[in-house]
Design a binder for this molecule. Structure first.
Ligand SMILES: Nc1ncnc2c1ncn2[C@@H]1O[C@H](COP(=O)(O)OP(=O)(O)OP(=O)(O)O)[C@@H](O)[C@H]1O
Ligand SMILES: O=c1ccn([C@@H]2O[C@H](COP(=O)(O)O)[C@@H](O)[C@H]2O)c(=O)[nH]1
Length: 295
């Protein structure tokens, strides 16, 4: 069976071939309508991204150098909005899982285009192999060409905001195992009325085919049933920083900055404009802990 056949069968078969990885724990295994990713996409198109959906058994990045903060919250909670602000002030690289999936979907020749389109329209979670590989690839290329020359990006170091991921328990466990362990989770909470209003407003100009009422309702359901268990999992580990994102954008951001400053080594005012030469003298930062013991 060719890979194309496998992708097609992923949409049509009653009992699609199941991809197995070393970590397949899943808090919501009841989604029988979800389809599986073909196990060896590299067979047909070695140049596609993800080049292969086979994930590593051990962490690809060094946790002492690469900081990952997951940014979670319901659809429209303001994750992307707050991440953009943090990028400016703290020199993060912002990676939105949804954006990476949409890019991959639009890439000519993508093995996964059709599959991603279907999952996004239905508000379902794309199989983890695809999303994690996209994130890993994006992190690798960012580290290879750092976005700036500040201290945070010297000598193989980097700091990432991973927005809208993990959305499902299998993703959370597999990312920690095969990419890098996350530092903590910024969780933006608000109520569904606010979310709906924001998304419908955004839908007037976003061009997103899931910013319509039918898809929004499905996305809410997926969030409650599949993504909240991830938040609860990290909460039990003491890794969740919850922020009410109902107030105006700048008010939310003030709270975000307080929380981030408490957890990172340096505040927003200290991070900018550190050039390569000055930060080389600050080499001890390499070994500095990322998190304050507060969480
Ligand atoms: N605190 C806020 N108050 C009012 N509007 C907001 C606030 N935060 C974000 N918005 C607006 O709500 C919409 C959704 O915000 P944003 O795109 O940041 O959400 P998101 O959580 O990234 O959504 P998704 O998960 O669907 O990508 C945007 O139009 C944004 O301008
Ligand atoms: O880890 C992920 C993240 C996202 N998706 C799919 O993409 C859409 C849109 O995500 P946004 O964060 O709102 O941009 C989401 O509804 C899922 O269908 C995913 O599958 N896995």
């Amino acid at each position: 069976m060719t890979v194309i056949d496998k992708v097609k069968s992923a949409f049509t078969s009653d009992s699609p071939e199941t991809t197995t990885t070393s970590t397949q724990s899943n808090a919501t295994p009841s989604h029988t309508e979800e389809k599986n990713v073909p196990s060896h996409p590299k067979e047909s198109n070695a140049k596609s991204v993800p080049e292969t959906a086979v994930l590593s058994d051990k962490a690809v990045f060094d946790q002492n150098k690469v900081t990952v903060i997951f940014v979670l919250g319901g659809p429209g909670a303001g994750k992307g909005t707050q991440c953009e602000k943090l990028v400016n002030d703290y020199k993060f690289k912002h990676l939105s899982a949804g954006d990476l999936l949409r890019e991959e979907r639009n890439r000519p020749g993508s093995t996964y285009g059709e599959l991603i389109t279907e999952y996004i329209r239905e508000g379902k979670i794309v199989p983890q192999e695809v999303t994690i590989k996209l994130l890993e690839n994006a992190m690798s290329s960012t580290l290879a060409s750092p976005p700036n020359t500040t201290n945070e990006w010297l000598n193989g170091k980097g700091r990432f905001l991973i927005d809208g991921f993990p959305r499902k328990m299998d993703q959370a466990l597999k990312f920690d195992e095969s990419v890098v362990k996350s530092s903590f989770v910024l969780f933006f909470s608000t109520n569904e009325n606010i979310l709906l209003e924001r998304l419908l407003e955004r839908g007037k100009t976003s061009g997103r085919d899931d910013d319509n009422k039918e898809s929004i309702v499905k996305r809410f359901r997926t969030f409650v049933e599949t993504s909240m268990p991830v938040v609860d999992y990290y909460r039990k580990l003491g890794k969740v920083v919850e922020i009410d994102s109902s107030p105006p954008i700048d008010e939310v951001y003030e709270k975000v900055k307080i929380e981030i400053d408490q957890r990172l080594n340096s505040s927003s005012t200290q991070t900018s404009n550190t050039t390569q030469s000055t930060s080389t003298t600050n080499a001890s930062n390499d070994a500095a802990p990322i998190l304050a013991p507060a969480i």
